[in-house]
Structures are given as C-alpha cells and as structure tokens.
Write a protein that binds this ligand. Sequence first.
Ligand code: ZN
Length: 698
Amino acid sequence: MPKVVVRAGLPALVLLGALLGLTGAAPQGGPNIVTPSTIEKLTAELAGKYGESERPRIERGVKQAAQFWRKEDGDETAFGEVVRAEVAADSTARNALFSRMEFAFESLDGHMNEIARDFRRQSDLDIGEIYPFDEVLAGYDPSAHVNDDFFANRLAFAVLLNFPLTTLEQRLTEGEKWSRRQWAEARLAERFGKRVPADVNMAISEASSESARYIARYNIWTHHLVDAKGQRLFPPKQRLLSHWNLRDQIKADYADGKAGLAKQRTIAQVMDRIVTQTIPDVVVDNPHVDWDPFTNAVALAKVKDSDSATSPDMKVTNAPEPDTRYATLLATFQASRKADPYSPTAPTLIARRFDENRQIPEAQVRAMLEAVLGSPLVPRVAALIEGRLGRPLEPFDVWYNGFRPRGAHTEEELDAIVRKRYPTPEAYQQDIPNLLVQLGFTREKAQYLAAHIVVDPARGSGHALGAQRRDDKSHLRTRVEKDGMNYKGFNIAVHEMGHNVEQTFSLNDVDSTLLQGVPNTAFTEALAFVFQAHDLELLGLAKPDPKAEALKTLNDFWATWEIAGVALVDMDVWHWMYDHPDATPAQLKEATLQICRELWNRSYAPVFKKKDVVLTLGIYSHMIDSFLYLPDYPIGHLIAFQIEQQMEKAKNVGAEFERMAKMGNVAPDIWMKQATGAPVGPHALLSATEKALAIVTK
Ligand SMILES: [Zn+2]
C-alpha cells in the first residue's frame, strides 16, 4: 500500500491505502471509452506479432486496461499506442517489468510511509504542544496523488496490460495452487484495481485525522469524579483516555475489593454518559471542574491537581456534549462513501473492509462471531465468574479479568515495578533484546530485531508503525508518563512490540517485497496478542502452570465474547449509515443506542439479568475513528488461539513466530492452513475453552 497512517490512540496499524480502496478486483462498469471491437483488433494485432500462444494473456491485459481508460487519457488511437508500447513481447520483458516494479514500489511505499510518519510526528508523539500547522501537516497525505499520477503517465496501464487482476473468490479458491510469484503478481496488479480521484483520497485522510484528534483528546480527570458526599475515589492527576484507560481502570479495580467496586460503578457510569452523550461538555479533558456522573452535577473544582490554567471562557454548566461523538463518526462515513463510485466491485466501505482488506466475506465473519456469542459455554463461564466475584454480575463485568494471574497484583504494585525498570522510552528500547530472548528468540535474532525497532513516546495510548522498505525501521510508540512508564503502558508496549517484530520479519525476510506484510490486520493483531499474553512473565511475575493457562483461556474466551458484540455493533452501525446516508448526528446516536440495546438484550442480558445497557457495546473509540476496524479484534482472538495452539505444539515461540511472519500477504485461509493446518475459524477457541472449563471446575 502506498500509505500507512497509524493514529494516536489506535493500538494497531491501519492501512489507509487499503481503506481508500486501492486494492481489489476489476471493476465491471466504467465509462467504456474503448469499444470491444478495438480490444479485439489490438489483441489480434499483437497475437500476430508475438505468437498465437500469447493471445490469452494479451487479451486479458487489453481488456483490463480498457476498463480503466478514461476520456482524459485520450481517444482509442492513444489507447492503441499505449497497448502496443506496453504489452510485453516475451517473458524476458515481462520479468523485467515485474522486477522493476518490485524494486520501485518498495522504494515508493517505504518513502511515502516515512514522509507521512514525519509529518505526523508532532501529532503522534508526546513531544510538546500541537500548533494549528502541526494539524495541517498531520492531515496531509503525500501519496494521495500517486495512483492518479500512475494512470496519467501510463505506468498503471503497463501493469494492467501484463499482470492479472483477481477476485476475492479466485484468490480463495485458485490461490492455493498459485506459486509465490503468482501471488506477488496478483498483489502487484491489485494496486491498480481502482482509480479513486486524489481529492476523494484527501477527504478521507482529513476525516481520519479529524476523528483521531477528537479521540486522542478525550480524557477524563478522575480525581474530579465525586460522589453525592463529595468524596473522590481516584488519585490526583489521574487522566484516563477514553475508552482504553477507562476500561483498563475497571479491569485493574478487580484487585481492589469493595473500594474497587465503587470505582468500577463510577467509571461505568462515565462510559454510559459518553455513549449517550449526556456527558457535560465541560468535563472532557478538564481538571478544573468536579463532576458527579450519577446526578450529572458539575461544579468548579475544589482541588487543584494540574498545572494547566483555567480557560477564560469556561462555563461551569452541565450542558451536554452536542453529539460530537456521532457527528465525528458520521464525517468518517461521509468521506468514505465518496470513494464508492470508483470502487465498482466493492462499492461500500463495508465491502472494501471485508472483501478486500480482511479477505474474509462479511457473512463468514458474522457467522464466526455469532458462533462465539451463542456458544453454550457462555453461561458456564458466566456462572464461574459470578462464583468467583461472590456477587451478581454487573454489565461492566464483560471486562472481568480475575481469571488472569495479573489479578494477584494491584495496579500500583505493577506500576512501581514497571516505573523502576522503564523510567524513559530509551530504557525500554535498550531492554528489547532481553525481552525477545525471554520470549524464545535467539540472542542473535533478538539483536537483529531490536536493531529494526525504534521506540518513541506516544501522545495517545500507543501504536506500532511498521516500515515499508528494508532500509527503514519500524516504530514502537509507547506512552511514558513524566515519572516513568506505568503498567498499562508496558502491557501495550509489549503488544506493539509484537507488531514490530511481525513487521520486521514480514518486510525483511519475505521472498518478495510485493508480498510484504500479513493477510490482514487480524493476523498482526493475533501475533501481537501472542507477545502481550506473556507480559507478566516478562516482568518476572508469573510462571504459567496448567491451571493458570486454563484461566488465561477463560479470560480470552470472555474477552472474545465481549468484543464480538462490539464488532457486530460496529458492522450494524455502518450498515445503518449506508441505509440512512442523510442522517443527522442525533439520528445516528439514537440508531447506535438502539443497535446496542437490541444486541445487548439478545446476547448479554440473559447473562447479566439487566436490559437496555449501552455502555459496554458503545464505548469503543475505534467505532468513531477507525472505519469499521473493530471486527479485526475478535477475528484476531480466534486467529490468536489457532496460532497459540500451534506455538504450544511447536514448543518455541521465537522460531514459530518467525516461520509464520515470513509467509507474507497471501489469502487468510491459505496463510492459516500453512501455519497451523486449518483455515481461520472459532474452533480452536471453543475447544480450548471447553478443556479449560474442565480444568478449572475440577
Ligand atoms: Zn494491536
């Protein structure tokens, strides 16, 4: 992809080029400037010149190029000239074209990626104030015109005349028998499977930046959350980014007994206010007001825990945020659909996400998620949790994390350990080789990997930004507070490091840079989860025994069940927006709340014995700024289970991780079959959960 944007607060890479629809199969429609008789004439002429045996590939190429030829490219005579010049005479010429493109696009993609990374530096990194011009830089997409340029200068036609465009169906069926070279050719041709105008790409890029900014600033100053008696449950200066830090605070509070429960209920109430947009506008990222989220009363702050000055035009009222959350989501939709007319075989963002980015049909993904949601294992695991908590379940218990060994330590203890080890990003950087050796990589391999990773201080919660050319490095962005890294930051950093290691292998150690990467983001998430699952061991805190492993499985099952619903809401909301393209933010809010309530009532209420809850299904920030990204998380869990089981079989995380990450960007099911012997599916998770229940309830 020519462009990768990774936004602050998004703990994963998003291939924006893919979002824009720069991949995919041949359009069927189009302006049809080139007539069938011209196609036939040119094919016959070149078959006569290069040999009848060459006719099939010539005909395919001419037809492909004709689909994308527009008025502004010239008349049919001009088209004929391009065809005669660019159809390869023989395999020598065709091989030359292939290797030139492989070399050139690595350079182009890699450098575009670097430019975008540098332009976003101030906005992504915690290195001082963001001025208006920084936002302009961050919103700029240097590769926005690249595709247009290559159609204008005919390079796109050279590729389309000589390499086949493929459909998802072909890649899923015939792809299994393809050679690596055939796969690389398919990926090369895909680059020109769409012709989206630059102004449309630019509009999407701007909506993406704007939504990321909205999310990255959405902090809650928890010391200023007060109860009816004016009591403060949270420590001074604590600033929690929605939703990541809020959710993780709920998780951490399981280790804090009765006091923890009060805090959890408060955070859950804050989340409900955010989702329903009844949150007072003035409390967002503002340490100068106190707020009771239950009564929704606000008052001038009675304590000061921030150096920042009060804004002179601050009005202490509980006037709600004016549906900005949904206006922001709507803006990403409106920008996305501008690309639809230029994407005839995937004419919605939904289709582009599933058929092209994930390469798993939406119906198949929905079926996988429903299999988890409706699993008979759910009530059994829920009963176990209720027993362990010794109280009826509450909605926020979708984030129950007491199955994890981590629950044995308070957040404060973990923070202290991490803070001491990693006072600065540099300290983490220096420790990467040791961490990788602990994960099973050889010392030599660990050094090699560490040399390809740069650690930066993140403004958001953290993310990984891979390189796209072999002389560049991947970046690990982690949030380090003034007094050092805390445990949340470490947990995320280990996850991101998993991405960085995958990115390093899948760029530098694949056989063709045209196949760099993994089949879709769920795969890189799955590999990152493998790392993240070992975070406590990396701190020297827990050695997993069979019981601990079983608990971890139950933890993951519960998390997958939770996020499967969130993903389905994301999918349904995007369908609703496509069905109601003229909706207002208020209407989108109502529809989203309704979708949340319906799914909750169907799949979660039977477990929690409470109806119409929206806070858990609606709080994810990704839903607002990530263009239908959320399904990647549950798919990632399912894939992670398949990979984790394979790791167990192989007994060596390091070597297996490397073998898998080097397979590159082939179709998901094909990748998974080569990696584990089975296609992508929920079976590994469900069978592991069944076994884990037997161990834990024995
Ligand atoms: Zn991730």
